[in-house]
Design a protein around this ligand. Structure first.
Ligand code: MF3
Ligand code: CO
Length: 258
C-alpha cells in the first residue's frame, strides 16, 4: 500500500529532511583527502543526535533477511567502484581523485528523511567528473516527473534516458523507495523503465528517488566478500544522488533541503 502523507506528516518529514541536508552540507565542508570514512560517520552521528534525531540506518535490518547483520553505522560512504552501502571504517582513507558517495538518513518526530550526494576529492578524472554531473542531473530529471497525474515510471524513464544519453549505465538491482514512518515503504522506485507505466502518482506520496549510475557496463551492484558494500561488476566508478520528495500538483516538493 502506498500511503498519502497529510500536511502534518509532511511538516515532520521536512524537519527530518532538513537535518539530513545539513549533515550533507557539513560533510561537504569537512571532507578531504587523508580522512577516514569513520571520521565522517562520527561528524554525522554527532550532528544528528545534537539536533534531536536518530540515524535511520544505524542497526537497520532488511526485512525478512536474518542472514544480513544489522547496518552498523550512521552513513553509507561508498568510494569509486562502490555503488552503495559502504560501511565507514577507521582504515578506509579518502584519497585525492576519489569520488565519495555519502548517504544519510535521519529519523525524528516519527518520520524519516533520506538523501545522498557524491563528492569529488581534489583533481578528479574528466570522465568521472562527467559521471557525477550526469548522475546529479538524472536526479533532477526524475524529480521533475514526480507530479500528480504522472506515472511512477515517468520518473524512472527520465533518469534512465539521461544516463544512457551520456553513455552511462543504470544500476538496476538497487532502487529508490517510498518513505515515511518507515525508511523503506511502497513503492520501489527503479531508475529504469517505460514512460506512462507504473502506478499513478498522487499528491502527498513521499518518495526517495536515488539514481545510481555507473561509468562502465555494470547493470548490477554486487556484494563484495559477503559484506554490506555493493560494487560494480566491472570495477568502474559509480555515482549516487538522492532526495526525499513529496509528489505535488505542479512541482515536487523536496524534503531534504537545509
Ligand atoms: N538510501 C539507502 C536506502 O534507502 C540507504 C540504506 S542503508 C541501510 O536504501 F543501512 F539502511 F540499509
Ligand atoms: Co534511500
Amino acid at each position: 500500500m502506498i500511503t498519502i502523507k497529510s500536511q502534518r506528516e509532511i511538516e515532520l518529514m521536512k524537519a527530518s529532511g532538513a537535518i539530513v541536508a545539513q549533515v550533507l552540507d557539513l560533510i561537504e565542508q569537512e571532507i578531504q583527502e587523508g580522512m577516514s570514512t569513520l571520521q565522517l560517520d562520527r561528524i554525522a552521528e554527532t550532528y544528528i543526535r545534537d539536533h534531536g534525531g536518530v540515524p535511520s540506518f544505524l542497526n537497520y535490518s532488511p526485512k525478512g533477511d536474518p542472514d544480513v547483520p544489522p547496518y552498523p553505522a550512521t552513513l553509507c560512504v561508498s568510494i569509486n567502484e562502490e555503488v552503495v552501502h559502504g560501511v565507514p571504517s577507521d582504515g578506509r582513507i579518502i584519497r585525492e581523485g576519489d569520488i565519495v558517495s555519502v548517504d544519510c538518513g535521519v529519523f525524528k518526530g516519527g518520520y524519516h528523511g533520506d538523501a545522498a550526494r557524491t563528492y569529488m576529492i581534489g583533481e578528479v578524472d574528466k570522465k568521472v567528473r562527467e559521471l557525477v554531473r550526469v548522475t546529479k542531473k538524472c536526479l533532477e530529471k526524475g524529480i521533475a516527473q514526480a507530479i500528480a497525474g504522472n506515472r511512477l515510471h515517468d520518473i524512472s524513464a527520465a533518469v534512465e534516458e539521461h544516463a544512457r544519453s551520456h553513455g552511462f549505465s543504470v544500476i538496476e538491482n538497487m532502487v529508490g523507495h517510498g518513505i515515511g514512518a518507515e525508511l523503506h515503504e511502497e513503492p520501489p522506485v527503479p531508475n529504469y523503465g517505460k514512460r506512462k507505466t507504473g502506478v499513478k502518482l498522487r499528491e502527498g506520496m513521499a518518495l526517495a528517488i536515488e539514481p545510481m549510475i555507473a561509468m562502465g557496463r555494470s547493470r548490477n551492484a554486487v556484494a563484495r566478500n559477503g559484506a554490506w558494500v555493493a560494487v560494480t561488476e566491472d570495477g568502474m566508478p559509480s555515482a549516487h544522488f538522492e532526495h526525499t520528495i513529496i509528489v505535488r500538483k505542479d512541482r515536487a516538493e523536496i524534503m531534504t533541503v537545509p
